[in-house]
Design a protein around this ligand. Sequence first.
Ligand code: SF4
Length: 468
Amino acid sequence: MTDKIITMSIFDLLEAGPGPSSSHTIAPMKAGFDFSERVKTLSEKILNNAKGVRVRLYGSLSATGKGHGTDRAVIIGLMGNKPSTCPPTLLNDFLNIPKEQKFIDLRVKKLPLDLENIEHSSVSHNFPYSNTLIIELLSEEYLASRATSKDFQNSILFSWEYYSVGGGFLQWKGYTEPKNIMPAHPYRNMTELKNQLKIKKLSLEKLLLENETSISGLSEEEIKAKLDKIIYIMKDTVNRGINTEGVLPGPIGLKRKAKRLKECADALQTIDQYLCLLDSYAYAVAEENAAGNTIVTAPTCGAAGVIPAVLMILEEHFHLDIVAQRSGLLAAAAIGFIAKNNASIAGAEVGCQGEIGVATAMAAAMIVQAEGYSPKVVENAAEIALEHQLGLTCDPVGGYVQIPCIERNAIGAVKACNAALIAENENPNTHIVSFDTTVKAMREIGRDMNRKFKETALGGLAICMTYC
Ligand code: SF4
């Protein structure tokens, strides 16, 4: 068990930004932006001597970075854009951006940027995190050194080693956790969270709001307003997706299906309608993500469709208002925190169980909390949902977040509803497996999982399915 208290903000876990991958798109864009800020602090002498920028991608970023838009994301970050504020279609429009607008601003001059600044380096390496990228500022001698194949180590003026650690979170060599203010009600896992609820005699919603206040400094009203905005963006993404047709970017030629599924659902009368609606909403967000448009990481880009699909159903099918939806989203965040703190939410570290698996658990907890059940039932729903996603591998075909990812969001949304139903209809005290146990199992399975199944596109469907 980790000894780390959860000090993460809800708005770092649920963050709006461009798809298709939190670890391969959002974090690399953050790295590019961070580098663009760091170089501005260098001396004029160094900056005047700078001639070029090189980005080296390692591990899964190298293996599947092209399909995930990592190359474009880093360049867009180096151009001074952050995921939270970059225009929704910038990633897709990258190739149409005029050359003169692609540059890094070094304060004393501007250096041109383009995809040739990216180097896809080795997939196997000894860096502490699979998703590693190194960004370098190179001197005047750089071009000459490269032309003569000399080792141009000396021509590196400034270099920063970044790690994309999952869910859009970024660290770097020598990184130390910011000295976060301790939450009002510290916990590391579900057992401690339940203890805090018991000792402090608080509702789950109240405890999570008070913790967020102490971590972010926001008032409860401000937190609620931000949660409502997240819910709005999630639903907006669903609405965009169910009204869009066409083919997704990349060589697979995958056609969008959300609109057709929604039309089919509207024509159905039975229980099938409910399932088909869930499918269409999950597809809608996952397709928007695959297109590189704005989504909310929940907990990642690849798994961004599960929670919005369930939110739509909570509103339309269960007629739960925004207060209940917000309360549900808080419970979902707690599940995401615990999974990240004690295992991982990165496909590159533990496979898809950490992405769609955790999203399914978060969505199941959200339903149960929104419907007013006790924390024990919330825990059980999350546990059931995650338990039946254990072992799920990450094997995106061609390195694109499309197959199996899009369909997997729909399956995850349906599974979340079923897990919630089971938890709500059993005697909660007879439920044997705890959420902490299942998270531990996920961590162990992830540790033993072959690297081929951790977002490298070197195993499973990624090699068995052929396309052209
Ligand atoms: S298979 Fe799962 S973990 Fe891998 S890219 Fe797709 S959604 Fe993410």
